[in-house]
Design a protein around this ligand. Structure first.
Ligand code: AMP
Length: 602
């Protein structure tokens, strides 16, 4: 294979991420782990080791403040994370996840990977898409396409069944929800409309269940666990998520967490049984809220529910039976879930990557803008002059790429400068929409009459927006700067940020083919890397966690020698958890148990 042409498809998910590429004549999800999923978690261990994936997710149990999860929800925001005294932006954390996936792909494909298609929820804003692109570049990738997740999923499903023409893709993941109406005609897959909520997903269901656990514990023991150590909270969050997943296949679950905290030297437990119907009541309002998006998307696409041939379920949270039941009952179409709900977005991205790479795959893609965009202007609203009138230049659900121009006029005579504010949204009042960027046009010709300024907006297939202002009189395009929400970094800034990441945590992945002599060796090494958590190990981790808490509570009143021994055991336990070494963990647990027995008996 020409190494320069190797393009992978990446699903950069809230909870898990996957990478896919063209192998043996079809797109396949790649990775050393049997699940092919990389937990979207990044952490730094107490010894300063960078942890990505399962190791970071496991560490979250004991060191939540040293671990970052659900970074996708922060993409496009100004938030920064602090890990081990260093600060990271959301794209920098995502870049570390991407680098790990690229390494997985390189090991599987035995060639360098420098290009990728990365998926985002259809409802991601421009700033969130920019942040995703930035993450790819920080990971050393050329991001050849940003692809909407439902589009990717419909590509993956569409491969198998060309008879289904009008399709709804219902995608409920860990942190985002999207619904798209897709038309499949011959070789062309076209997204007719998309809607959704980029702040709704499995994390919210976990939170509701977690609230119930906290409430139960408080009622029984009069202790608010929120005030306790963060590790207690993250242990309960883990328990809530596990229980939620089990409720997809079982009608009742028992959640028993031993020795969550100790009070006056006595360990306190949480023990509660939750029924599926009880859980469904907790989450019903959130699940029902997705139906509004479903009907809005149908409306936007100009389709009735009975025109749908099929509903495709995508995302881990669609495993909850409530989702399927609700869609069958309220929308009335056949529901399909036959492409792996966790992997189908990556598969679709891999399919598009294969096509871009020149492989003969049989689908063509037409994507659409999920938003309307336009500038605000001085106009008339409710019979009065109003300076924040808004009319979109690019309308929602327009196929991409698109370039549209509209005319505007200066507000007064001899005006030399205008400030153009660009909004995303539908409301005729610009201030009720989202400001995505603004720029100044300086040096206009000062004339007595109205001066015409053309505003050209282009939205490319990646959903990236470019805005240009041209003074019609002179034909000259004016210099523009985009501030605020569209936070594009300059190439210099990108290079600096990449160098900083590289210096902090050197990538394993090389940039040129010559470095691939080492890939073979890395592949061999990776075979020995820790396997994902098995239930036994999970149980041991839980046990260790409760022992750690018990011993922490005793530390203050302890003799110095005992303290030293306890701290030493804590470190051994934590290292064993991170490395997933069950045997070492068991022997350290036993030693700690014995020591605690001895100390508590004193
Ligand atoms: P995704 O973002 O598509 O990887 O989906 C991850 C979300 O799916 C997380 O919130 C998981 O807790 C959730 N999930 C995974 N398996 C199940 C299951 N069996 N039942 C309910 N939710 C699940």
């Amino acid at each position: 294979m020409n190494v320069k042409d190797c393009i992978v498809g990446i699903d950069l998910g809230t909870t898990n991420s996957e990478v896919a590429a063209f192998v043996d004549g079809q797109p396949q999800v790649l990775g050393p782990d049997p699940s092919k999923m990389l937990a979207s978690c990044v952490g730094i261990s107490p010894t300063g080791e960078m942890l990505i994936g399962d190791a970071a997710r496991n560490q979250h149990l004991i060191y939540p403040d040293r671990t970052i999860r659900s970074v996708k929800r922060k993409m496009g925001s100004d938030e920064v994370f602090t890990l081990d005294g260093k600060t990271f932006s959301p794209p920098e954390i995502s870049a570390l996840i991407l680098r790990e996936l690229v390494q997985w792909a390189q090991e599987a494909l035995q060639c360098p990977v420098q290009k990728a298609v990365i998926t985002v929820p259809a409802y991601f804003s421009d700033a969130q898409r920019q942040a995703t692109r930035e993450a790819g570049e920080l990971a050393g990738l050329e991001v050849v396409r940003i692809l909407n997740e439902p589009t990717a999923a419909s590509l993956a499903y569409g491969c198998n069944d060309p008879s289904q023409r009008t399709v709804m893709v219902y995608d409920l993941g860990g942190g985002t929800f999207d619904v798209s109406i897709v038309s499949i005609e011959g070789d062309v897959t076209e997204v007719l409309a998309s809607h959704g909520n980029n702040q709704l997903g499995g994390d919210d269901f976990d939170q509701l269940l977690l609230d119930r656990l906290l409430e139960t514990f408080q009622k029984e023991h009069h202790i608010d666990l929120k005030d306790r150590q963060p590790s207690v909270y993250s242990r309960l969050r883990w328990a809530a998520e596990e229980a939620k997943k089990r409720l997809s296949s079982e009608t009742h679950v028992r959640i028993r967490e031993e020795a969550l905290v100790s009070e006056k030297g006595k360990p306190l437990h949480l023990d509660i049984e939750i029924g599926r119907s009880d859980f469904e009541e907790m989450i019903r309002a959130l699940v029902d809220s997705t139906l509004e998006s479903v009907f809005q998307a149908l409306d936007d696409a100009g389709k009735r529910a009975d025109e749908l041939d099929v509903i495709l379920l995508v995302g881990g949270s669609t495993r909850m039976p409530l989702i399927r039941d609700m869609l069958e009952e309220r929308v009335g179409a056949t529901v399909r879930q036959d492409v792996h709900p966790d992997l189908c977005v990556a598969l679709g991205a891999g399919l598009l990557a294969s096509r871009l790479q020149g492989h003969d795959v049989d689908r063509v893609l037409v994507d659409i803008s999920p938003y309307s965009f336009g500038p605000s202007y001085l106009g008339v609203q409710a019979g009065r002059q109003y300076r924040h009138c808004y009319h979109p230049i690019i309308k929602r659900n327009t196929p991409l790429p698109i370039t549209r121009t509209d005319r505007y006029f200066t507000a007064g005579p001899y005006q030399k400068r205008v400030e153009i504010e660009i909004f995303q949204g539908e409301d005729p009042d610009a201030l009720k929409n989202l400001l995505v960027g603004k720029f100044n046009v300086e040096g206009l010709t000062p004339v007595a009459e109205e001066n015409e300024v053309l505003c050209r907006m282009s939205l490319d297939l990646d959903g990236i927006l470019k805005v240009e202002a041209v003074e019609k009189r002179t034909g000259l395009s004016k210099h523009i700067t985009i501030n605020d929400a569209i936070k594009t970094k300059s190439p210099e800034e990108m290079a600096r940020a990449r160098a900083r990441l590289e210096q902090l945590y050197p990538a394993h992945a090389g940039e040129d083919a010559a470095e691939y002599d080492t890939i073979e060796a890395q592949f061999e090494e990776s075979k020995e890397s820790p396997t994902p958590l098995d239930p036994q190990l999970t149980a041991r981790i839980r046990e260790a966690e409760s022992l750690l808490d018990r011993s922490r509570a005793l530390l203050d009143g302890m003799h110095d020698d005992d303290k030293e021994e306890i701290i030493d055991l804590h470190e051994r336990i934590q290292e064993a958890i991170v490395a997933q070494e069950q045997e070492t963990l068991c022997s350290a647990i036993n030693e700690l148990k014995e020591l605690l027995f001895f100390i508590e008996g004193k």
